[in-house]
Ligand binder design. Structure first.
Ligand SMILES: O=C(CO)COP(=O)(O)O
Length: 137
């Protein structure tokens, strides 16, 4: 079971809803986390159980970043809006930076996320469980 963060900016929330509905059968096998509003919408649209953090602008991205730093997140699916300025831009940059620091798979749009889903189905990300187990030793 992978720990997966689901995040979407406002103009991408519709994409995230459609995505989680389409792949509910895959996502339900994993432990899901989300920023506040994204998580609320996913819960309303699906039967998925999602742990919700604060809304992005209020620190949600940083809360997810903290889990990455603690090796408690295996994948980040973050539908970013590249055309709208965000008040918490530094937090967004910091979250993506931590994904690179800790080699956490990060998809920033639906095209990449779809490949991640197929990878999850095939067990491509199992190496994360090995890394996590090793760090817990
Ligand atoms: O702003 C976000 C990520 O940077 C998302 O936050 P919400 O899911 O609360 O809208």
């Amino acid at each position: 079971m992978m720990k997966i963060a689901l995040i979407a900016h406002d103009k991408k929330k519709e994409d995230m809803i459609r995505f989680t509905i389409a792949y509910e059968h895959v996502l339900k096998e994993h432990e899901l986390f989300a920023t506040g509003t994204t998580g609320k919408l996913i819960k309303e649209a699906t039967k998925l159980s999602v742990h919700r953090f604060k809304s992005g602008p209020l620190g949600g991205d940083q809360q997810i970043g903290a889990l990455i730093a603690d090796n408690e997140m295996d994948m980040v699916i973050f539908f970013r809006d590249p055309l709208t300025a965000q008040p918490h831009e530094p937090d967004i940059t910091a979250l993506m930076r931590l994904c690179d620091v800790y080699q956490i798979p990060l998809a920033t749009n639906i095209a990449g996320a779809e490949i991640f889903i197929h990878g999850l189905e095939r067990g491509d990300f199992k190496w994360r469980e090995i890394v996590r187990a090793k760090e817990d030793e």
